[in-house]
Design a protein around this ligand. Structure first.
Ligand SMILES: Cc1cc2nc3c(=O)[nH]c(=O)nc-3n(C[C@H](O)[C@H](O)[C@H](O)COP(=O)(O)O)c2cc1C
Length: 346
């Protein structure tokens, strides 16, 4: 039987599958995903004979309740992957009560996704005119979106030719005459690389989010000093991410930065990148992440089998979180911490 990845490779064709995989220009052919490897290097140390009576995978994060410490992260160009775009994933996340982050480069209208599932967050790119971002936040609030994510690492490409997998998603959408949530023209919004935003713009966006009672996450923080700054600028939480090593293969991995970030952030942290099974989410939780986001396996499931395949994949992971945590000897997610981990060094 073919795996989701094999089916996706067959259905998407070379160029789109390469974009999905996202080999960066400075990667080596056949490079394994360093995010995945970094998570895999952590092993769990189970506690036995703890006398627990039940296992509860539910978590509460910034007043929202989720069935497990798992969620689906943002990806651009949803309709390139499925006729219904992001909607099958939104329905699967609704069935399973997991958060879904919508990229501003999604083709399916925001209002349609918001109507399908109220557990969505909107991801925007921290570049260009702040007025554009504020207008999108107004629209998000209107559509029932619950939280805002600002991608602050590599929000635009400073030079051409560095698109993940050598594929221009903007051109592909433009050719089909499709426009995205963030753009009124076909394709994706063309944002300037310079001047780069600074914390002043974050203050402005955070105040705007606060006026709508929307928490603001910064995605792409890997340095503890940036995490400490975020705490002083109205940010609600940090997503430790190197954007899946899609623009460059050289960034540090979230799994290795979480400890340092946690020491200085004093706010909720999420881990994004390399999550490929339920036990990865358990390890992320032990490393200090409230929740772990996954993207590429979910896209492959979407391409291979739509809503049911996405639902099967994610519900399998939730069951795995329950089983592994239970075998670790805990009865709730809050009990998982660094004492359950050891790191293999090669
Ligand atoms: C096809 C594709 C498109 C993506 N588009 C976006 C995007 O629009 N905005 C963003 O912040 N991240 C984007 N990402 C990055 C993901 O949100 C995520 O950070 C990265 O893929 C790491 O997670 P993974 O290892 O589980 O795939 C994209 C990833 C993929 C695979």
């Amino acid at each position: 039987m073919l795996t989701h990845d094999q089916k996706a490779a067959e259905r998407l064709g070379n160029a789109l599958f390469r974009y999905m995989q996202g080999q960066p220009a400075d990667g080596l052919p056949g490079d394994a995903d360093a995010n995945q490897q970094a998570l895999r290097r952590f092993r769990l140390i189970p506690r036995v004979l703890q006398g627990n009576e039940a296992m509860d995978t539910r978590i509460t994060l910034l007043n929202q309740h989720w069935s497990a410490p798992l969620g689906v992260g943002a990806f651009a160009g949803d309709r390139l992957f499925h006729d219904e775009g992001l909607l099958p994933i939104a329905r699967a996340c609704k069935r399973l009560q997991l958060p879904l982050v919508i990229s501003e480069e999604t083709v399916t209208p925001l209002e349609q996704i918001g109507a399908a599932y109220s557990g969505c967050w909107l991801q925007l790119r921290a570049a260009g005119d702040v007025g554009r971002i504020k207008a999108l936040i107004d629209r998000a609030a209107q559509a029932g979106i619950q939280q805002i994510v600002l991608t602050v690492l590599a929000p635009v490409h400073p030079v051409s030719g560095l698109q993940p997998g050598g594929f221009s998603v903007g051109d592909a959408l433009k050719q089909r005459g499709w426009h995205t949530i963030g753009s009124s023209e076909p394709g994706v919004a063309a944002l300037p690389a310079f001047p780069v935003w600074c914390w002043r713009q974050i203050d402005e966006v955070a105040a705007h989010c606060a006026a709508h009672h929307l928490p603001l996450w910064l995605k792409g923080i890997l340095h503890e000093d940036d995490a400490a700054q975020a705490a002083q600028h109205g940010v609600s939480g940090i997503i430790a991410s190197n954007i899946g090593l899609r623009q460059s293969a050289r960034w540090a991995t979230p799994a290795h930065r979480l400890g340092a970030l946690q020491a200085s952030a004093r706010m909720p942290l999420l881990l994004d990148g390399g999550v490929r099974c339920g036990s990865d989410a358990v390890v992320a939780r032990c490393l200090g992440a409230s929740l772990a986001l996954s993207v590429r396996p979910v896209i492959s499931a979407l391409v291979a089998g739509g809503e049911n395949a996405v639902c099967d994949l994610l519900s399998g992971w939730i069951h795995e979180v329950a089983a592994i945590s239970h075998w670790c000897g805990v009865s709730e997610m809050a009990a998982l911490n660094g004492s359950f981990l050891c790191e293999e060094r090669h």
